[in-house]
Design a protein around this ligand. Structure first.
Ligand code: ADP
Ligand code: ADP
Ligand code: ZN
Length: 213
């Protein structure tokens, strides 16, 4: 199955994508994670990408599409994949259609006032796992349950940058939902619930049951 998980920054896309991709045996492809890995490598491309990310702006399509194409060509994508954070604009969706189609878009909807709390309390691991300061996890403070690495706060998770990312979401990403709705691909899930409840909603949407709204 070829899936995309949608939602504003902090909606829980990464959190849900990780467990859903494991359950379904398809890779999670997060353009944010790919870009952060490139930036960490210290390459010129990574530095350039980082300059956009730090401002809360979208990284140019040419860069993101190049990375995505390379990733989709890997063998583990042959039975499907789960896109997390891509596409993020109508031009990206159009470019994706040239490479492949999508079976389903799961939209995680979360009230705006909740998003800011989720993002400013987010703690990340380099493996892509996300935690929150108000959560019981991780088992050992400051260390990832999955890989043991030290958790950190993303530079772009500070309040000023978050506002800009929300604006970018509203102006460039939200219109995409309508684009996919017209194609009958979208199922909405209420993301204002616990991580476990949202996961049930996402799995229900994927299994084709009535979307839990
Ligand atoms: P996104 O990938 O959409 O930006 P994340 O999955 O990184 O979002 O989640 C953002 C933050 O909110 C993280 O700190 C995560 O632990 C937390 N979080 C995710 N889903 C929920 C939920 N349903 N309830 C409470 N906190 C959540
Ligand atoms: P979140 O889920 O919190 O919005 P992501 O990890 O998906 O964060 O993205 C972080 C940043 O990486 C974005 O603000 C943007 O600068 C860049 N980015 C991620 N995906 C894309 C994409 N598809 N197109 C352009 N920029 C992207
Ligand atoms: Zn980890």
């Amino acid at each position: 199955m070829k899936l995309a998980i949608f939602g504003p920054p902090g909606a829980g896309k990464g959190t849900q994508s990780k467990t859903v991709s494991m359950k379904m045996g398809i890779p999670q492809i997060s353009t944010g994670d790919l870009l952060r890995a490139e930036s960490k490598s210290g390459s010129e491309l990574g530095k350039m990408a980082r300059s956009y990310m730090d401002r809360g702006a979208l990284v140019p399509d040419q860069v993101v599409l190049g990375m995505l194409k390379d990733r989709l060509q890997k063998g583990d994508c042959k039975n499907g994949f789960l896109l997390d954070g891509f596409p993020r604009s109508i031009p990206q969706a159009v470019a994706l259609e040239v490479i492949t189609d999508l079976d389903l878009v799961v939209n995680i909807a979360v009230d705006e006032e909740r998003l800011l709390k989720r993002i400013t309390g987010r703690r990340m691991c380099q493996c892509g796992a996300a935690y929150h300061v108000e959560e019981k996890r991780p088992r050992v403070e400051g260390k990832c349950d999955l890989c043991g690495s030290a958790l950190y706060q993303r530079d772009d998770d500070k309040e000023a940058t978050v506002k800009k990312r929300m604006d970018v979401y509203r102006s460039q990403t939200a219109p995409l939902l309508e684009y996919y709705r017209q194609r009958g691909l979208v199922r909405d899930v209420d993301g204002n619930r616990s991580i476990d409840e949202v996961r049930e909603g996402v799995m229900g949407a994927i299994d084709g049951g009535a979307p839990l709204k």
